[in-house]
Design a protein. Structure first.
Length: 527
């Protein structure tokens, strides 16, 4: 019996012709950004949020690429019910079988298989003749379709492919069973009018094109990914592949939040609908940024810290008279709400719990008690506790809850007289340990103390500090990126004391490395 499952085809039909399918590839193309690695727990968190916000298709990974990718796709496939879950595969039997193995438990599985079609890629990368590429696509799309009802085929480097050849490939892929055809601008080379013309050409020339949804996947090398994607919608594409915060290879992919808000705000010029609830955008942006350590630039459209800030007197005056003078969309429409429940040192546990719920957190009693204790301590030290403070604090509590290496306390001597020293107390598998070390500055002294208690060879690849809110009493949110044996992990820590946040972030990254080591070590070596 075939392993086929019934999956809804996302192709918009009949009255839904203006519905645009939002395909999020934060967990696959986004993760390909150097340093943006995410662990299983983090991928699940992001996938569940994408599902909740109404993303149609979640590309959860490239199952043949690694055991971690396979497990992430499998886990996301088993948890997500309302979005299609997709796994990437080259046009090869092994890739496709592996992708299907990971996807087959999904309510709505999709196999996404790709093969390059540009002369440059075929000759130098694939070292195949066009006819061999053609045959491989037919054979592998057919195989994928025998396993799964929902198959997408991508013509990698489509925007630099020969038009006649591209049309032949698209026609054959549809005949072989692909119901979504993606024409990527893999290297971010296209310009909007040219890209729209390419999509229009495919729509006009491929005889069976009505049996598929045309998808676009644009990279941002020239800063045109969103413009190219929107231009392609005007030409008939009805799926956009994008990522939260525009995360992705090199200069990134088209940003989901910009696509969704452009369509929502300029429905008069672009009459297409998405199923995404835009009020989740800020949460999704913060989650992806916190997990990957990729800070969002302050002037980034939609999700930058300044996207809704009005500084100049003339603008502020205009805003006070009518918000529409300088604001084309409301902060609330992207989920930037200033809530009415203000938290301070007199707030009780119940109000704290209600507030966390408002911010989208539902945590167990133990984590809630720990978070509440930390909130009280924070409120004693800080005049105003903002929503951002609570998000950072609870994220920190969730991330550090069940770790083998736990921060207990830190005492640092800093300043110009030197030597700077640190006394760190931590628990290793529940046992208290203390180290006293010096270093070239307080951060170095702190990290040396950690190294003394947990000897390791991982290299520090990123150390980054962000203020969660304004003011000198703001919490610091620190990201530490460590690399060991070609594996990269990101750790985060938050605290009003930058050095404590640094120690927490370093330990968070080390905990992740320990988990990775346990997973890759043969069973006999595991603790
Ligand atoms: O950029 C690209 O061409 C891709 C394909 C695998 C869709 O990511
Ligand atoms: Zn890509």
């Amino acid at each position: 019996m075939s392993a086929k499952q019934t999956a809804p085809n996302n192709a918009p039909k009949g009255r839904d012709k203006d519905r645009v399918v939002i395909f999020d590839t934060t967990l696959r193309d986004g993760e390909q950004a150097p340093g943006a690695s995410m662990n299983l727990e983090e991928k699940i968190k992001i996938a569940l949020l994408l599902e909740e916000m109404g993303v149609d298709v979640i590309e959860a990974g490239f199952p043949i690429a690694s055991v971690g990718d396979f497990e992430a796709v499998q886990e996301v496939a088993s948890l997500v019910k309302n979005s299609s879950v997709c796994g990437l595969a080259r046009c090869s039997r092994n890739d496709i079988d592996r992708a299907w193995e990971a996807l087959k438990g999904a309510a709505r599985p999709r196999i996404h298989t790709f093969m390059a079609t540009s002369p440059l890629h075929m000759k130098f990368k694939l070292q195949m003749e066009p006819e061999q590429v053609h045959a491989a696509v037919i054979e592998n799309v057919t195989h994928a379709r025998n396993l799964c009802d929902d198959v997408e085929w991508s013509s990698e480097d489509g925007s630099r492919s020969d038009h006649d050849f591209l049309c032949r490939m698209v026609e054959s892929a549809i005949k072989a069973g692909a119901s979504t055809i993606n024409i990527p601008d893999t290297v971010g080379y296209a310009v909007p009018e040219e890209y729209a013309a390419l999509i229009r050409m495919v729509m006009n020339r491929v005889p069976n094109i009505d049996k598929a949804t045309i998808s676009v996947h644009c990279h941002n090398d020239l800063g045109l990914a969103v413009a190219n994607s929107l231009a392609a919608l005007g030409a008939g594409a009805r799926q956009v592949e994008c990522t939260i915060n525009g995360l992705g290879e090199r200069a990134g992919n088209a940003s989901l939040e910009e696509i969704v808000m452009a369509l929502k705000t300029r429905a008069d010029a672009m009459p297409y609908k998405t199923g995404v609830d835009s009020e989740f955008i800020t949460r999704a942006s913060r989650l992806v940024s916190a997990i990957t350590g990729f800070v969002v630039q302050p002037n980034k459209a939609i999700v930058g810290a300044n996207a809704f800030a009005h500084e100049s007197g003339i603008h502020q005056d205009g805003m006070l008279k009518h918000a529409g003078t300088y604001e084309i969309m409301t902060p609330a429409s992207v989920g930037l709400n200033r809530s009415t429940l203000v938290m301070g040192k007199h707030s009780g546990r119940h109000a704290f719990k209600v507030k966390l719920k408002e911010l989208g957190f539902e945590i167990g009693d133990n984590a809630l008690n720990d978070a509440f204790r930390r909130f009280k301590a924070l409120a004693d030290r800080k005049k105003e506790v903002f929503d951002e403070d609570l998000v950072a604090l609870v994220d920190d509590e969730i991330q550090h809850g069940h770790e083998r290496l736990k921060f207990v306390s830190l005492q640092v001597i800093a300043g110009s007289k030197g030597p700077q020293s640190a006394e760190l107390e931590m628990e290793i598998d529940g046992k208290p340990q203390v180290a006293k070390t010096t270093g070239n500055g307080p951060v170095d002294a702190t990290f040396n103390a950690i190294k003394e208690l947990v000897p390791h060879t991982a290299k520090l690849r990123l150390y980054q500090v962000n203020a969660v809110t304004e003011g000198t009493d703001a919490q610091a949110e620190v990201t530490v990126r460590l690399e060991e044996a070609g594996k990269t992990v990101n750790g985060q820590g938050a605290d009003p004391d930058t050095l404590v946040a640094s120690a927490r972030a370093y330990l968070h990254a080390l905990n992740k490395l320990l988990t990775k080591r346990e997973k890759t070590a043969p069973a006999a070596l595991r603790a």
